[in-house]
Ligand binder design. Structure first.
Ligand code: NFS
Ligand code: SF4
Length: 655
């Protein structure tokens, strides 16, 4: 074995998922992200610390001690801050584009051009309408929908004079005031994206504070897109309720037509689920036992939450299920789809089918998805998979047997339904009472991706186990939730293994109050859905703050992206800081090239917004920092509550 091969094999062990390790342990005919990470080392330190500017084509300008300014005179703080704004805009654009597509589909539904879609949750539609004071009494669903869609579109397109309603009506009054008084409240999604892109053009804003405020505004534009995405997906496809299934590569069934859906937008993946049910007989006619659907990344989370489709893997290992030899088709829509999937597909006879006009891969099949012909196109995708299955006959598959049980499907509505069994009048008090009594030490949201700068899934697992042991109520979305699904943390059994006594008692009480209602017991970690569903976590944080009578910066609630990777994760981190939460990030982002910008992220943000970032790559240390942040807030909340009671005054709004 050559030295290079040996080195590759050692470095490939960058995962703690046994199924991933099993696939990587084999001699593989093509490379994976794990190999390409090695090939990219060492990575450029200018890019890594954010001091490379390519904003005009006189550049790239790179900041060093010898050359502390770019050709135009921009210093490190301007360059780092400008790059941060542009990264946040990438995220905001991605989420907004996703939700714009959903809004346009609803518009098509209203106009009679989306025959395969319908309003699955009129209750959610009415709840949204009421949030915005849109009349519902005596009106048809379609009339209400027209008003809600119009409002959503206004939040995308307004040019001046007002601000985003989806923010105004979903956060605390304190946050609305803060965003307005500090000039970070978006006028609309597109306005923020345009003005922030202009603000970071060559020769525009050089003030790092002004730029970072703009990055927070971009974060809030991202929040808007995400919230509209979650709300509208619930209307179109139903509000998630608890589902019971399995996860990891052991769900692949060699005797079935195996189809992975990958990407983000449920518009297509929901149709694939429906088409797969309709085409079970076609698969059998081809000699298969049926169709096995499975999900990757957030479109996988969407169909897990609403349809119980098992997640096969998460972001980093997206190429690996194909390497079992048993995946007949991978249907992808938008975002987080590594171009590398096509080369792997070609080695293993998988058909990659792209479906979005703005996310094509050379060599892949392409179906030009339109809402007008959605189900027909989904069926076409499945017939391509069935053809793949026929060709696969007789080919040996090598499938890791690892899989774990999964309980998912926890929308805020589903959680309130569970809480109502304990406190029907004020469901949120089930959490706030547990926080007051000290049974729960806080609430933590795990979000975000995987990143090979660390070991795949390791930080997600380490931090979650540590916080569970310390009685923190755990919520998860995106590929963080993907890790927990694969690794068995979305199970009742994980409670016995990992939860501290307080958390155990809390979940036990919920189980007892809801006995017989669900197919099984509740899990250790509550899966809230895809990344756009991080807004569900914010809805909970807002409800907790409102119940305590304080603003979000005072509640013991933290967020963490233990393995952040994408621009979307940066945008989400920014709006969580603006919301007033301590936000841990397990990968140091490219801001350390400016002490000033780094200092704003870590400290000044706290003084202004109450939220702040913590960079910590070590999982155990990160958990300790998150616990410290929770404890500090609990202690202060208690002091403020006691003082307020003593003087019969409202709780202080300051932090
Ligand atoms: Ni979120 Fe979901 Fe995963 Fe990261 Fe990508 S799939 S939208 S960006 S990698 S969590
Ligand atoms: Fe260099 Fe300024 Fe152009 Fe950036 S904008 S590449 S720092 S000259």
């Amino acid at each position: 074995m050559s030295d290079v091969t040996k080195k590759k094999q050692v470095d490939r062990n960058r995962s703690i998922d046994p199924a991933v390790l099993e696939v990587l342990s084999k001699e593989l005919p093509c490379d994976t992200a794990y190999d390409r990470y090695v090939a990219q080392q060492p990575q450029c330190k200018f890019g890594d610390t954010g001091v490379c500017c390519r904003i005009c084509i006189q550049g790239p300008c790179r900041i060093t001690n010898k050359a502390p300014k770019g050709i135009c005179g921009a210093t490190a703080y301007t360059i780092v801050a400008r790059n941060l704004v542009r990264t946040a805009l990438g995220g905001a654009s991605a989420h907004s584009d996703h939700s714009k597509h959903i809004l346009l589909t609803l518009k098509a539904l209203l106009d009679g051009h989306a025959p395969d879609y319908s309003i699955k949750s009129p209750e959610k539609l009415r709840a949204i309408a009421e949030r915005f004071e849109i009349a519902t009494e005596g009106r048809e669903d379609m009339e209400i929908l027209a008003d809600v869609v119009k409002l959503g579109m206004d939040d995308y397109m307004r040019m001046s004079g007002d601000s985003v309603k989806w923010i105004e009506k979903t956060v605390t009054p304190g946050r609305v005031e803060k965003f307005k008084s500090h000039n970070i409240m978006p006028t609309s999604v597109f306005e923020t994206i345009a003005s922030a892109t202009a603000q970071t053009h060559m020769g525009m804003d050089a003030d790092p504070v002004n730029l970072i405020f703009k990055a927070l505004e971009a974060g809030l534009a991202d929040y808007t897109g995400m919230h509209i995405g979650t709300d509208m997906s619930d209307v179109l496809f139903g509000v998630p309720t608890p589902v019971f299934t399995e996860a990891n590569m052991g769900v692949i069934n060699p005797n079935k037509v195996n189809i992975a859906v990958h990407g983000h937008n449920p518009l297509l993946s929901e149709m694939i689920v429906q088409a797969a049910r309709d085409m079970e007989a076609d698969a059998k006619a081809a000699g298969a036992e049926g169709i096995q659907l499975m999900g990757i990344c957030c479109t996988g989370n969407e169909v897990l939450m609403r349809q119980g489709v098992p997640p096969v893997t998460n972001f980093l290992s997206q190429e690996l299920p194909m390497m079992t030899g048993a995946i007949d088709a991978m249907v992808v829509d938008v975002q987080c789809i590594m171009p590398g999937v096509q080369a792997v597909a070609e080695c293993y006879n998988t058909r990659v089918i792209t479906t979005s006009e703005n996310a094509k891969i050379p060599g892949a099949h392409h179906i030009d998805f339109s809402e007008e012909k959605a189900l027909e196109q989904a069926k076409h995708a499945i017939s391509i998979a069935i053809d793949g299955y026929k060709e696969r006959e007789g080919v040996e598959c090598c499938i890791p047997s690892d899989k774990n049980k999964v309980v998912a499907g926890f929308s805020v509505e589903a959680l309130y339904d569970l809480f109502s069994a304990i406190n029907a009048d004020a469901p949120i008090k089930v959490i706030t009472d547990a926080l007051k009594s000290g049974e729960l030490r806080g609430v933590a949201l795990f979000a975000g991706c995987n990143n090979l700068k660390g070991v795949h899934d390791e930080n997600h697992m380490t931090i979650a186990k540590e916080l569970a042991k310390n009685d923190v109520l755990l919520l998860a979305t995106g590929c963080a939730a993907g890790t927990y699904a694969k690794m068995g943390l979305l199970t009742p059994a994980a409670i016995d293994t990992y939860a501290g006594d307080g958390l155990k008692a809390f979940i036990k009480r919920l189980n007892e109050a809801n006995a017989g209602k669900l197919e099984g017991d509740l899990p250790l970690i509550f899966h809230l859905g895809s990344c756009v569903d991080n807004t569900r976590a914010t809805n909970l944080a807002t409800a907790i703050a409102n119940d305590f009578g304080v603003d979000v910066p005072k509640i013991p609630f933290v967020a963490s992206a233990p393995e952040a990777m994408s621009e979307k994760a940066v945008a989400i981190g920014l709006w969580n800081v603006a919301m007033g939460l301590p936000v841990h990030v397990g990968v140091v982002p490219p801001v350390t090239g400016s002490d000033l910008v780094n200092g704003i992220a870590l400290q000044v943000a706290h003084d202004v917004y109450g939220g702040y970032f913590m960079w910590e790559t070590d999982g155990t240390k990160a958990a300790a920092k998150m616990l410290e942040a929770l404890d500090y807030r609990s202690w202060k909340l208690k002091v403020h509550a006691e003082t307020a009671e003593k003087f019969s005054a409202p709780a202080s709004a300051a932090w």
